[in-house]
Design a protein around this ligand. Structure first.
Ligand code: ADP
Ligand code: 5GP
Length: 206
């Protein structure tokens, strides 16, 4: 990804499986102008997941072709499946001034940081391990073994928190959503090129 200054902002949300990233992102895109980047994955669809909405479901062979064609902003192997962010759409949207959120794993987030350090990195934490287990179990989409694998990864994952700009504990959902929205607002209040342009306009008026 080139380093041109895009007017849209790129938010990257990660955190342990079951912490509530998907739930928070869904609310964020419903309640703000931020748009979600739909990832590509080699994993099978879960009940209720829609092609092109939840993910672009693909084969390993086609995923490999996409990597070779340079079409992915980042990709990673997570729990035995490949996941990646299609690059072109993200770049087009950012260039057009649209904010984008990526809901991706930590390896992927670190890869984005390498190519796009201007991104805003947000880590979602569960209020406790017991609550995390309850949420993953309650989602009902993983086997007992898959749940244990995801939980065992959590402590390793949280050790990367210092690579992130913000951290939100998802205890009460409304509060967590409000905090993520506040981060989006705060990032739009940074002193930036558009503010200098406004100040230039003041000069014309005095
Ligand atoms: P992730 O995307 O991080 O893997 P999900 O968004 O799928 O996590 O959430 C895991 C489960 O926890 C879902 O069943 C979701 O409805 C539930 N959940 C998410 N946030 C909360 C919350 N703040 N309080 C209670 N349950 C929650
Ligand atoms: P799930 O299978 O539960 O939908 O996702 C498993 C993990 O893959 C989650 O941590 C999710 O954030 C991550 N993930 C989803 N899409 C992408 C992506 O495009 N790139 C990377 N690196 N991780 C992704």
């Amino acid at each position: 990804m080139d380093r041109e200054a895009y007017s849209g902002k790129l938010f990257i949300i990660s955190g342990p499986s079951g912490a509530g990233k998907g739930t928070i992102c869904k609310r964020l895109i419903e309640e703000t102008n931020v748009e979600l980047s739909v990832s590509m994955t080699t994993r099978s669809p879960r009940p209720g997941e829609e092609e092109g909405k939840s993910y672009f479901f693909t084969t390993m062979e086609d995923f490999q072709k996409e990597i070779e064609a340079g079409g992915l902003l980042e990709y990673a192997s997570v729990y035995g499946n490949y996941y990646g962010t299609p690059k072109q759409k993200v770049v087009e949207k950012l260039r057009a001034g649209t904010d984008i959120v990526l809901e991706i794993d930590i390896q992927g987030a670190l890869n984005v940081k390498e190519v796009y350090p201007q991104g805003i990195f947000i880590f979602i934490l569960p209020p406790s391990m017991a609550e995390l287990r309850k949420r993953i179990t309650g989602r009902g989409s993983e086997s007992e073994d898959a749940i244990n694998l995801r939980l065992s990864q959590t402590l390793k994952e949280v050790s990367y928190i210092d690579k992130y700009d913000y951290c939100v504990v998802n205890g009460d959902l409304d509060e967590a959503v409000a905090r993520v929205k506040a981060i989006v607002m705060a990032e739009h209040s940074r002193v930036s090129q558009s503010i200098y342009q406004l100040i230039e306009k003041y000069k014309e008026e005095v």
